[in-house]
Ligand binder design. Structure first.
Ligand SMILES: *Cc1c(COP(=O)(O)O)cnc(C)c1O
Length: 365
């Protein structure tokens, strides 16, 4: 049975994106390398950066591999990393840094809170070895959208390397990467650009990246090496690249442009999210995040006046044609609904209608 994914990735893709994978390509072929180069240049445009100042490096694997590639490749051994955490993906940044024995300071707040720049300033005073700051933009755990402007100002004032995990936001909301002084922004093929899983990418400030040769703590995730080979060999990836995923991603980029670019996609997502939250509120559901709710994914508390079983709820909605997501908030029971991908207003209406039916059915049983 087919169903649509109301999950934050992988997500529902268009028929034409899936169809683009029907061709087999060899990885050293000029035609294939040209596609990689075209993707790299398109990503720079989406990031609002110039090819003189920035470069896009593609990396095999899911989004986590891309984040780990950056975290393990760009810091000098004597540099401490400040990690701002308000959810599971922020914690994952800290886990990676620990694995690679990178000295870190973790600034953690509750999953429904954003960061206080005064606290960041205090931490910088207390720990002068901090030379880099990493943060998740859209924390997919809760759906909160962490503001980047103040953190960006702090990074620029203290000349910190600024690393942003923009996995579930890039392509779905404007992020002026150069203006924010971001050195490394990471996202993946299967989120707001609406491709299929298989690779991640980093938008890298070239001046910084070019000083990182030899710093990588792994071979396969060596960001500088991947960059150097892609540059020297006109779009060749080190090691086998996910050829079908690359073709699907090129098609997804064309479809993003055809939709009207990031602004149009943002408008669709924001509208989906608004309808979802409004209908859910009418049904008595409460969102976990009260301020800074992002337009991509929403965490709802389990209803209190209902014998609620997530597995039964999930199964019911799946027969109605939609897969939702379990919660990931640490101390409260939530489920999550994503509204990104090939998802439109009518999907939000169909879903919330099915939820209403489920609640009525439960009461009558
Ligand atoms: C999806 C996501 C990731 C990467 O997850 P993968 O399962 O490795 O693709 C990282 N950070 C955030 C914020 C995400 O939403």
């Amino acid at each position: 049975m087919t169903y649509k994914l109301l999950t934050p990735g992988p997500l529902t893709t268009s028929v034409t994106v899936k169809a683009a994978m029907q061709e087999d390509h060899c990885t050293w072929d000029e035609g294939y390398k040209t596609i990689t180069q075209w993707i790299r240049s398109q990503l720079l445009e989406l990031a609002e950066v110039s090819a003189e100042e920035y470069t896009a490096v593609l990396m095999q694997g899911s989004g986590t591999f891309g984040v780990e590639s950056v975290i393990s490749s760009v810091l000098r051994p004597d540099e401490t990393l400040l990690i701002c955490v308000n959810g599971a993906y922020g914690q994952r940044l800290a886990q990676m840094a620990a694995r690679h024995q990178i000295p870190t300071v973790v600034y953690e707040v509750r999953e429904d809170q954003v960061f206080d720049s005064k606290v960041v300033e205090e931490l910088l005073k207390k720990h002068p070895a901090i030379r880099a700051l990493a943060v998740v933009h859209s924390e997919t755990t809760s759906g909160i959208l962490n503001p980047l402007t103040e953190l960006s100002q702090i990074c620029q004032a203290h000349q910190l390397t600024f690393i942003v995990d923009a996995m579930s936001s890039f392509g779905g909301i404007a992020i002026p990467v150069a203006q924010l002084g971001i050195h490394y922004l990471i996202s993946s093929a299967n989120k707001c650009i609406q491709g299929v899983p298989g690779f991640s990418f980093a938008i890298c400030q070239k001046e910084h990246l070019e000083k990182t040769q030899g710093l990588a703590r792994t071979l396969s995730l060596d960001l500088y090496d991947q960059y150097a080979v892609m540059e020297a060999d006109g779009g060749k990836w080190r090691y086998t690249s996910p050829t079908h995923t690359v073709l699907a991603f090129a098609q997804a980029l064309k479809e993003l442009a055809a939709e009207g670019g990031i602004q149009a996609r943002y408008t669709r997502y924001a509208r989906n999210n608004q309808i979802l939250r409004q209908k859910m509120q009418e049904l008595g559901f409460e969102t976990h995040v009260k301020t800074h709710q992002g337009p991509f994914i929403t965490a709802f508390y389990y209803p209190t006046d209902h014998q609620f079983s997530f597995p039964s709820f999930y199964a019911y909605l799946k027969t109605a044609g939609y897969a939702i997501y379990p919660g990931k908030i640490s101390d409260v029971n939530c489920f999550r609904v994503g509204n990104i991908g090939e998802i439109y207003e009518e999907d939000m209406l169909n879903l919330t209608q099915a939820i209403q039916q489920y609640l009525i059915r439960g009461i009558n049983e």
